[in-house]
Design a protein. Structure first.
Length: 186
């Protein structure tokens, strides 16, 4: 399909982290609409499912300001300008769970509310872990919560986790591991 023509765009509001852009568009059928969106401003981001040698997923319990409560989530964060995606994934692991990975597998680029936001996050599976920590930028220490991979379905249904990026990454990891097992079983 042909992308709509942008007739006009302007920033209608701005905060420290976000801006709201108004887009006046004309679609290929002649229809015109005005949309508001949060354009990509933050840069790239990563989310990481770290899997230990004994098949434990390393989660963190952290404060979620948007919903004003603590929840379980996978380590995640912004990619710094000097980093590639894998370097950022490893740094986030070191900062948030005290481990680094010898093997990082890119699973998928995920979008969040793409109808309104120009934001995406790259999901990774981290394996062959070793202890290595770095100071992070969190306002308080994060609680690391290991969870058995074999019990990930219970985690997906748990009220302790609702963050969609974490849930999607966990499902991608399940699929990735199942595909590897199918190939190995020949």
């Amino acid at each position: 399909m042909k992308l709509p023509e942008v007739l006009a765009s302007s920033i209608v509001a701005r905060s420290r982290l976000f801006s709201i852009e108004s887009l006046h568009l004309r679609f290929s059928n002649g229809a015109e609409r005005v949309f508001e969106r949060l354009p990509q401003r933050i840069g790239r981001a990563v989310i990481v499912c770290a899997l230990t040698e004994d098949n434990q997923i390393l989660l963190v319990r952290e404060y979620m300001a948007g919903i004003h409560k603590y929840e379980l989530a996978l380590p995640k964060g912004r990619v710094e300008s000097s980093e590639d995606l894998a370097e950022a994934a490893n740094r986030e692991l070191m900062e948030e769970v005290g481990f680094a990975a010898r093997k990082l597998s890119h699973l998928k680029e995920l979008t969040v509310a793409p109808g309104q936001m120009g934001y995406s996050v790259h999901a990774y599976l981290a394996t062959d872990l070793y202890e290595q920590s770095m100071p992070g930028d969190e306002p308080e220490p994060l609680e690391v919560v290991p969870w058995p991979l074999a019990d990930v379905d219970t985690l997906l249904q748990s009220a302790e986790i609702s963050e969609a990026r974490s849930l999607a990454t966990l499902m991608l990891v399940q699929s990735h591991i199942q595909q590897r097992k199918t190939i190995a079983d020949g």
